[in-house]
Design a binder for this molecule. Sequence first.
Ligand code: 9YT
Length: 128
Amino acid sequence: MILRTLEECKKTQRRVETKNWESVRLLLKEDKMGFSFHITTIFEGTETHIHYKNHLESVYCISGEGEIEVFSDKTYPIKPGTLYILNQHDEHLLRAFKGQDMVMACVFNPPITGMETHDENGVYPLFD
Ligand code: 9YT
């Protein structure tokens, strides 16, 4: 088996930071589990355009509050205990409200490799 901690992964290349979020990818494609697992912090007061055309993602909110505006659907609130499931590659805007960062646990299928950040359309490429 494998055992990792958030603290140790933060000190490696598994931690990726952009202007709107930072993410620690604790489990990646190279671990051969069929999914990846990340602890992502969405910085307070930010809005991020995301469209995972090549991936399915589930996101569980651990702390902080915000909302997700799904294109051609509606806006859903996010608070601790909320799980949102992008089962239709849903294009969306993710917002963290001012005052507190949102900490999220994220699972991706297929797993990401660790190199990905969003392109100008909010997409992650599919690496093989
Ligand atoms: C919720 C979400 O998708 N945030 C963007 C970062 C992503 N979780 C990642 O690459 O770790």
